[in-house]
Design a protein around this ligand. Structure first.
Ligand SMILES: [Zn+2]
Length: 81
């Protein structure tokens, strides 16, 4: 069995296939990387948070202003092919 990685967007855009023919481990590895997620922003309009300057910036899960869960602009997820 192989897996495909798709890029999902927070707006109306249709998911885009990024990679195909991966093993489960490869798909998991890909999706856990920090560069397979877009910048996160507050859905209540408090702006982008934790934007990457270097590569190792840990992004917060919640908005420091209103505590709402932050939403990435896009992220990669995997499915069975
Ligand atoms: Zn907020």
């Amino acid at each position: 069995m192989t897996y495909m990685v798709k890029r999902f967007y927070s707006d109306e855009r249709w998911p885009m296939t990024v990679k195909r023919g991966l093993t489960l481990e490869e798909a998991r590895e890909h999706c856990s990387r920090d560069d397979t997620r877009g910048p996160v922003s507050c859905p209540n309009g408090h702006g982008y948070i934790g934007l990457r300057g270097g590569t190792q910036v840990k992004r917060p899960k919640r908005c420091p202003v209103c505590e709402t869960g932050l939403v990435p602009d896009w992220f990669d997820g995997y499915n069975k092919e």
